[in-house]
Design a protein around this ligand. Structure first.
Ligand code: NI
Length: 636
């Protein structure tokens, strides 16, 4: 099937037909065995130059990339297929790292363990004869385990259902873990000894939590005239904002071409923005946890785990949903409906002033509202929500919502430890980190930008009669090595993304300020498996020159079983100039999660993120033209 590229945009996601045609072309090469499976497929994203050269309605070269694994070959593969001609363009067997975990791996682990004598004997030793009540949780192994030095290896551990629909995480089968080679079906059982399985239920489903509240009154959002945004295919316009969205199978929600209409000027801010990868190291030495450091984007193709969202549950109000096409591990593409939610939210006040000396004048107050573009992803026991917010005053915000079920161990002695505190009488949960690295392909008022760090210092020069003196010190970060920086809330540290060739009326370069939140850095040794594979989390800020192939902070789509060292730490080795040129800003942030009883049995949402706010980008408050709300007038 050849795609008519005159009718699509180069950033349009691959369609179901396009993915199916690519898989058919790959199968026709006879390179793959019957056992080969597919991790994901997507259109190859055009570079900045290719996008700039594109004329709407003109034909262009369109490629689809498909990644998968062939157990017969014991290797993963990446194939590019031309959507324009239907021909396979490149076929590459990957030497380092493997395709992300997918359904085929999960099934392979279940099959390998189902009839495995040693595994079943270990369960029997724990009094478990009915294996239908055992829930097996396959995990990425991290680095190649020494006990199984080759092959596509998963680790698996298990929980025991007390009834088939309960929350099995309340009943961990402690001390029992299996290594499974998906390529060969080989299993190594690692039994650290019988620990009694807890028997205290921890339910969260509404039909299992008695005494549900009955005093919550309806809270309805109505927009009788409809929402203020306009959607055209994959582009969104709202209140001077323009952007395009897509869903990448690894990175998840991607923003493209974010611009702000400022009078008669269309001003670019972000060329592209998305999660690049994330790493979740666990800090407990127990056999169930010490090896865990999930690279949830690269290892599990987080984008493909996007939920199908439900009105009134996940989102409230006047919603527009975008669907997304994904490739199944069997090579059959599917459309998942309602994966991206678009809506507006009231957000309190935007600005206000009451003139206290003139009670005859009405207060001036404006309501803030924001445009919300969001997805929610489920990865095993855990949920990640991605929320991009656009505000009336030119601010952009990214908020991560962390929820779901925490990783647990049995605290047989009922005490727990300082690395794995108790969350329930016999359940402990290891301290861990969630470190997110967002790749911000910036274009503030044009392609060439420079990042400038600002720190606020005390001025102690005797010139300030009462002693209070503050100055903001700006330091341009001109090379990759100089731009490896960490947050410093005590110095009000932030980073301005400036455009040296675009100045405001004050003669200063226009800028957007990256305002970090209080965030840890990575707490694992640099030479550890997590330190090598998640090295991007060692700094909160990195800046690299734009290079089309440098998409991932990690080994990206081939992070699985990759030894590490790839991505950001390798990009910056050349210490290239990042001064007044096309740059990419990488921001790593997150939380160190010390689990608490209130996180059990399901965790209330925890938040982290960052803000991009205009800094001299506009000549003054750009939201003066927001009128008072109708209700405000009516109230007088
Ligand atoms: Ni957590």
């Amino acid at each position: 099937m050849a795609v008519d590229t005159t009718t699509i945009h180069p950033l349009d996601p691959a369609s179901v037909d396009e993915l199916a045609a690519a898989v058919a072309a790959i199968r026709a090469t006879d390179e793959l065995s019957e056992r080969a499976f597919f991790a994901f497929g997507q259109r190859v994203e055009p570079s900045r130059d290719e996008l700039a050269a594109h004329t709407p309605g003109a034909p262009f070269d369109r490629m689809v990339s498909v990644v998968g694994h062939d157990p017969e070959a014991g290797k993963s593969f990446e194939v590019t297929v031309s959507s324009s001609t239907g021909d396979v363009s490149t076929f590459t067997w990957v030497d380092e790292g493997q395709a992300p975990i997918c359904d085929a791996d999960v099934i392979a682990v279940y099959m390998a363990l189902a009839e495995h004598n040693e595994w079943n004997a270990a369960l029997a030793k724990r009094g478990i004869d009915d294996t239908s009540l055992v829930h097996i949780e396959p995990w990425m192994a991290g680095v190649q385990p020494p006990e199984m030095p080759t092959g596509r290896v998963m680790r698996a551990f298990a929980f025991l259902h007390r009834d088939p629909d309960d929350n099995y995480y309340a009943y961990p089968i402690e001390g029992l873990i299996a290594l499974v080679n998906v390529d060969t079906g080989d299993v190594v059982v690692d039994d650290h000894g019988v620990v009694p399985i807890p028997d205290t239920p921890a339910e969260y489903a509404s039909d299992r939590v008695p005494d549900q509240r009955d005093d919550i009154k309806p809270l309805d959002i109505t927009q009788p005239e409809g929402p203020s945004f306009v959607v055209d295919d994959h582009t969104i316009t709202w209140q001077n904002w323009h952007l395009r969205i897509s869903v990448h199978p690894v990175e998840g929600l991607v923003l493209h071409d974010v611009r702000y209409r400022d009078g008669d000027r269309d001003r670019p801010i972000l060329h592209r923005a998305a999660l690049s990868d994330m790493v979740v190291p666990y800090g407990d030495a127990s056999p169930l946890h010490y090896w865990k450091h999930a690279l949830d984007a690269g290892e599990t193709s987080l984008g493909q785990s996007a939920n199908s969202l439900t009105l009134g549950c996940d989102c409230l109000g006047e919603i527009y949903y975008f669907d997304a096409a994904f490739l199944g591990s069997d090579g059959v593409p599917i459309v998942r409906e309602n994966t991206v939610c678009l809506h507006e939210e009231d957000f309190g006040i935007l600005w206000k002033h009451t003139n206290p000396f003139r009670p005859d004048l009405a207060p001036e107050v404006r309501r803030s509202r924001r445009l919300v573009v969001s997805t929610i992803h489920t990865i095993g026991n855990y949920e990640y929500g991605f929320y991009w917010y656009f505000y009336l005053d030119g601010t952009i915000q990214l908020e991560m919502k962390l929820t779901g079920i925490i990783g647990v161990s049995v605290a047989a002695d009922g005490v727990g430890s300082d690395t794995s505190p108790l969350v329930a009488p016999s359940i402990s949960s290891p301290i861990h980190q969630h470190m997110f690295c967002f790749r911000l392909d910036v274009a503030v008022d044009g392609p060439a930008n420079t990042v400038v760090e600002t720190n606020v210092e005390v001025v102690d020069d005797g010139a300030h009669p009462y002693g209070a003196g503050f100055r903001s010190v700006a330091t341009p970060l001109r090379t990759e090595q100089a731009a490896m920086r960490n947050i410093d809330p005590a110095a009000s540290r932030s980073w301005r993304i400036t455009n040296p060739s675009s100045t405001n009326q004050l003669g200063n370069p226009v800028a957007y300020k990256l305002l970090p939140q209080a965030s840890p850095t990575f707490m694992v040794p640099e030479n550890s498996p997590a330190g090598q594979r998640g090295g991007f989390a060692r700094h909160n800020l990195w800046v690299t020159p734009y290079e089309a192939g440098e998409q991932y902070a990690s080994a990206g789509a081939f992070s699985m079983l990759h030894p590490g060292g790839a991505g950001l730490p390798s990009y910056v080795q050349a210490d290239r100039s990042v001064d007044d040129t096309e740059i990419v800003v990488w921001h790593t942030f997150g939380v160190t999660h010390v689990p608490r009883p209130e996180d059990w049995p399901v965790m209330p949402v925890e938040y982290t993120g960052f803000t991009l706010m205009p800094y001299g980008f506009f000549e003054q408050n750009p939201s003066l033209d927001v009128p008072p709300s109708a209700a405000c007038h009516a109230g007088h």
